[in-house]
Design a protein around this ligand. Structure first.
Ligand SMILES: Cc1cc2nc3c(=O)[nH]c(=O)nc-3n(C[C@H](O)[C@H](O)[C@H](O)COP(=O)(O)OP(=O)(O)OC[C@H]3O[C@@H](n4cnc5c(N)ncnc54)[C@H](O)[C@@H]3O)c2cc1C
Length: 391
């Protein structure tokens, strides 16, 4: 079988690419259904973009690489597409847009778009061999257990990263990229909870509060959640993408409250009150109990000097923590690193060294923050490659 374009991966980027590639196009995926990550994303409502999406929200060895594709297919283009399909949506927080009803609507929309563009979709199809010669890319596939050979002029790598292998994530895009001599930036889990040894935060599992999580490279003000195994919540997931093994992080609890003034005022009004009781008006009670035991917080408010209150606030504003690691690909929302952008055109996502070869979406070394940014990159990079292929 001969076709113009073969897209590996019917995820966010692959389906978007097919919708723009101009027909004579086949999308293959080893899963039983297309867009499985879209379906489960955003708690089943898919945080499909972010109204503030900009190149600054992406991590890459080359921070300029994502600019071209993001500028030519913006969040407003995707919002227009979603609205055209009659999908109702709302902003949840921080510019994050979600479906009112179900993420399945986004999957159905993309399947409809790719079919409308004249593309075909083969599910439960795996890749057994990739060759390249004068007549293009020849792939041996196994479709529902039967071998099929397909030759295509263009081959698009859209099989994503390694996150959540249980959902069918594989390193196929990396392997094929390497076969064609495209270098990789070492992949590693991103947007992932931190773990701590010795059940350190087990007594706090389920406690959440606003916090500023930071290290030398980044800082995020969002919720912090204690878990049985460590720390999670949006601020933690965001920082994890900027974290290096063995590094300490800092938690500033209650960044929007002038805690020192609040404690000092209360000392004047209710000096007999226990310091821990007053702290529990601002922080979750279980966290206060935990910190009181760990940091020996005792006494009444009246017993505390300004210096003592200041020292306590300083600890709460600069709590130094050293994760032992992360939950890894098992729960990571994304894979950092991937196909080195140096090897690709930022306008078309085509490999510079092999005409007709493209790489898009999470497989490429462009990783977004939490909040709809990763899908926006999938849409934008898929669109860039698709329109280049259409010509
Ligand atoms: C739990 C979870 C929630 C998320 N929520 C959000 C969110 O709300 N907003 C957001 O912006 N981002 C979210 N993300 C990230 C987002 O899902 C990804 O960044 C995005 O799906 C990447 O698109 P992609 O097309 O590159 O890869 P994917 O969507 O992962 O698609 C890759 C496709 O390739 C197929 N494939 C893989 N290996 C092979 C193989 N060997 N052979 C054949 N087919 C193969 C897979 O089955 C899959 O269909 C979430 C991720 C997870 C895990």
């Amino acid at each position: 079988m001969r076709i113009k374009t073969l897209i590996l991966g019917a995820g966010a980027a692959g389906m978007m690419c097919a919708a723009h590639a101009g027909g004579d196009c086949l999308v293959v995926d080893h899963a039983k259904a297309p867009g499985e990550k879209i379906r489960i994303s955003g708690g089943g409502r898919c945080n499909f973009t972010n109204i503030y999406a900009a190149p600054e929200n992406y991590i890459s060895q080359n921070p300029h690489f994502c600019k071209s594709a993001l500028a030519r297919y913006t969040q407003w283009d995707f919002i227009e597409l979603v609205s055209r399909h009659g999908i109702q949506w709302h902003e949840k927080t921080l510019g994050q847009l979600f479906c009112d009803d179900s993420a399945k609507q986004i999957v159905a929309m993309l399947v409809q778009e790719l079919r409308h563009a004249g593309a075909d979709l083969w599910l439960q199809t795996s890749v057994t061999e990739v060759r390249h010669g004068a007549d293009g890319f020849t792939l041996r596939l196994e479709r529902e257990g039967k071998p099929v050979t397909v030759t295509a002029q263009n081959l698009v790598l859209a099989t994503g990263g390694k996150s959540i292998p249980k959902m069918g994530a594989t390193g196929l895009a990396y392997e094929i990229a390497q076969q064609f001599g495209l270098p990789l930036i070492a992949p590693r889990p991103g947007l992932v909870p931190f773990t701590f040894g010795e059940d350190r935060f087990k007594p706090l599992a389920g406690v959440a509060l606003p916090a500023r999580l930071s290290n030398a490279r980044a800082s995020f003000d969002e919720a912090l959640l204690f878990t049985h195994r460590g720390l999670s919540g949006p601020s933690v997931l965001q920082l994890s993408s900027y974290w290096q093994d063995g590094e300490e992080i800092r938690a500033h609890l209650l960044p929007d409250l002038d805690l020192f003034t609040a404690l000092r005022d209360q000392r004047q009004q209710s000096g007999r009150k226990a310091l821990t009781n007053e702290l529990a008006r601002h922080l979750p009670a279980r966290l206060v109990d935990y910190l009181a035991a760990d940091w020996q917080i005792t006494g009444r408010l009246a017993d505390q000097s300004d210096a003592a209150l200041q020292a306590l606030c300083e600890r709460l504003h600069n709590w130094s923590l050293k994760p032992s690691g992360t939950e890894g690909y098992r729960t990571a929302e994304v894979t950092l690193g991937g196909i080195d952008t140096d090897a690709l055109s930022s306008r078309t996502l085509a490999a510079k060294s092999t005409p007709g070869l493209y790489a898009i979406g999470e497989a490429v070394d462009v990783t977004g923050w939490l909040g709809g940014y990763n899908f926006q990159w999938a849409w934008a990079s898929g669109h860039a490659a698709g329109t280049a292929i259409r010509g």
